[in-house]
Ligand binder design. Sequence first.
Ligand code: MG
Ligand code: MG
Length: 292
Amino acid sequence: MGLQCKIVLNARRTTTYCHNLRCMVYYKTSDEVELIRQSCLLVCKALELVAKTIKPGIKAQFIDKQAEELIRDHGAEPGFKGYNGFPATLCVSTNESVVHGIPDQTEFVDGDIVSVDCGVFQNGFFGDAAYTFAIGDVQDEVLELMRVTRESLYLGIEQAVVGKRLGDIGHAIQEHAERKHNYGVVRELVGHGLGRNLHESPEVPNYGRRGTGQVLKDGLVIAIEPMINLGKKEISQLDDGWTVITRDKKASAHFEHTVVVRKGEADILSNHKLVEEAVKNNSELKDISGKN
Ligand code: MG
Ligand code: MG
């Protein structure tokens, strides 16, 4: 894996890059939040389309093309395509792939889990969200990994309120995934602020200590995105320069929401409900969403 200071997609690789304006934390106005919500909604429409389409025999490049068309039909641009040279609209990461998989001609097969991550740029603002799909007869332990990863996302979001600290978000995720369920929480890739840029300060780790880190203030927009491994936390990167996989080749799951920090309760700007309705209606998929 390269050690260069490369800002990667969606999930940001942690770096010590913080010597310029990227360090600044930009708090969003209500109008800006609404524009980010629109971008996130389009992201989720793309993920909804994936949820309707994905099944054994479908190729990753096919869902990528569909998503790009949908985004462009809405007058928006794919947020990832061309970002640091990434070649596609979606990151499609199957089974032991954690994130940043490049869509290719491989057909999905029964038993795959597929993390699909999408970004949109519209009206000057980015949106970002991801969902992991279970195709067909997925092993029970992998379905459980997906459930717990999704739960850990919502536990993290519960902490994204005025007066809490960044470490509270990571702590909640780590506590659930690692301490309670003994999964591996990826350290090298983290969530991030976003707005006019796909990646803004602060970094949002999926691990941490309660009561530490930056105090969360009203109007902070962040993408929270636990990447949780069935086995150990260690990752590697493939020679394509993008795809991140688990070093032990066991499965990994990834769920992401963009949220705005508010008093009392975070406002979730992305909409997984659209996606989960489509999952429920696709008989080729297993629904792990439960009642949340
Ligand atoms: Mg992201
Ligand atoms: Mg993302």
